[in-house]
Design a protein around this ligand. Structure first.
Ligand SMILES: Cc1cc2nc3c(=O)[nH]c(=O)nc-3n(C[C@H](O)[C@H](O)[C@H](O)COP(=O)(O)OP(=O)(O)OC[C@H]3O[C@@H](n4cnc5c(N)ncnc54)[C@H](O)[C@@H]3O)c2cc1C
Length: 397
């Protein structure tokens, strides 16, 4: 008999999980989500969404839409205090496709492939009712979630307030540095600016994504409400702190790719124990609803993709024995090391970098093998975690 699964939320986690479940004939999937594909497509940008190669490989494995038109990003460039140190090669290319386009295309495709959609905002009260109708509920409600009463997991560092203010805009009129890649411009003591080629409905753009230390010199977008003000603030900021980017801007052409192509937010990282029981049924969490991270390391989508596949594999393994707390625990044991690495590394990136890490970054300027190793931090966050903590013995969990 088919197993009925309700997914709450249709962002990266909900979409990846739905495609994974579709790869087997015995799942009946319903997605409850508060926005239609069209509302998402015509709405505000949500992310900068670099998908590194493990996530791209999963997209291929589960026959998700592919984006041939999007620029392939082969490198990570690091610049500190205005000085370009190196450009490290990724193992395989990464890609950024505007979530407005990616989500809306995937939702239409999933609907055609038989996934049932219910457009509503699910509340905690409704969970009890849903638990009666479905074999499993998966909470993928993102950073506005969770809806389910998951416990906060105090074994993870939970900063009391956001460590960065995030402001990102998708621009036409900024020439990419070559070879195409992600550029991390670091201003010690102030924050970072990430430059990311991203594909949108309006073609290829350059995302300028500022991660400002609150109250610092890069924290300049507080009063910005409209696209025009965002553009002006970004021009002023690049003039003062990132002259190398300013030189690649063509002011005649420079503009956000549409009025909604900027975002301002701040995220307080937190981790929940990703399972609980509601009305006798197991509810599981995937993505930001349970593993919320500052985007400084570009890992939220990549983590959502990783954990949904681990959930999918756990569900398959326990298909005959039924899904209960043991299945949920198995899922958590599978993802815990990865989550520990992503959260530990991301939080560490927002503090002054340890001397041995700074030393490694300086070495990257001299040695292309070290530069490539550092680029792989983003592809394989466990490598980063080991470099930050294990080798130095600063922290081991
Ligand atoms: C500025 C910025 C830059 C980022 N850059 C990157 C990057 O480069 N790489 C990367 O990997 N990650 C990045 N991230 C993080 C990434 O975007 C998120 O981690 C990812 O989208 C999380 O996926 P999700 O499915 O958990 O949540 P979301 O994608 O937020 O989706 C949540 C879904 O749940 C729905 N929903 C919410 N509440 C309810 C409810 N009560 N009922 C029904 N539906 C509901 C929403 O409408 C939405 O469809 C960035 C984030 C930000 C803010």
């Amino acid at each position: 008999m088919n197993k009925k699964i309700a997914i709450l939320g249709c962002g990266t986690a909900g979409i990846h999980l739905a495609y994974e479940l579709l790869s087997k004939p015995y799942f009946e999937v319903t997605i409850f989500t508060k926005e239609t594909a069209e509302e998402i497509r015509s709405g505000r940008v949500r992310s900068t969404q670099v998908h590194f190669s493990p996530a791209l490989t999963r997209e291929e494995r589960y026959h998700m839409p592919n984006w041939q038109e999007a620029k392939k990003l082969h490198t990570v460039h690091i610049s500190v205090g205005g000085k370009t140190l190196f450009s490290g090669h990724l193992d395989n290319h990464a890609q950024s496709v505007d979530q407005r386009l990616y989500f809306s295309e995937c939702m239409n495709d999933l609907e055609q492939k038989g996934v049932h959609f219910v457009y509503q905002k699910v509340t905690a009260d409704q969970l009890t009712q849903l638990a009666e109708s479905y074999d499993l509920i998966v909470d993928c409600t993102g950073r506005s979630g969770p809806v389910a009463p998951f416990q906060l997991n105090r074994g993870f560092e939970q900063p009391k307030s956001p460590l960065r203010k995030c402001s990102a805009g998708y621009f036409h009129g900024v020439r990419h540095a070559e070879p195409a890649g992600i550029i991390a411009h670091i201003i010690p003591g102030e924050g970072e600016l990430f430059e990311i080629p991203a594909y949108t409905e309006h073609g290829q753009t350059t995302v300028l994504f500022v991660e400002a230390i609150p109250g610092g010199k890069l924290d300049v977008f507080n009063r910005v409400r409209h696209a025009i003000d965002f553009k002006t603030a970004m021009i002023d900021l690049t003039e003062s702190f990132f002259p190398e980017i300013r030189e690649r801007m063509d002011l005649e052409v420079l503009d956000l790719c549409d009025e909604q192509a900027f975002i301002r937010t701040a995220i307080r990282p937190k981790v929940h124990l990703p399972y609980c029981t509601v009305n006798g049924k197991t509810v599981i969490g995937c993505g930001d609803s349970v593993i919320l991270n500052d985007p400084i390391t570009g890992q939220g989508d990549n983590t959502a993709s990783f954990v949904t596949e681990q959930l999918f594999l756990s569900l398959i393994e326990d298909l005959d024995s039924g899904w209960n707390e043991a299945t949920a625990e198995k899922y958590w044991e599978r993802i815990k090391p990865y989550v520990t690495h992503v959260i530990g590394w991301s939080n560490a990136m927002m503090k002054p970098l340890p001397d041995h890490v700074l030393g490694m970054i300086m070495q990257g300027a001299e040695d292309s093998a070290v530069a490539a190793h550092i680029a792989k931090w983003f592809e394989h966050p466990t490598t980063a975690y080991n470099d930050f903590f294990e080798k130095n013995g600063v922290l081991s969990q």
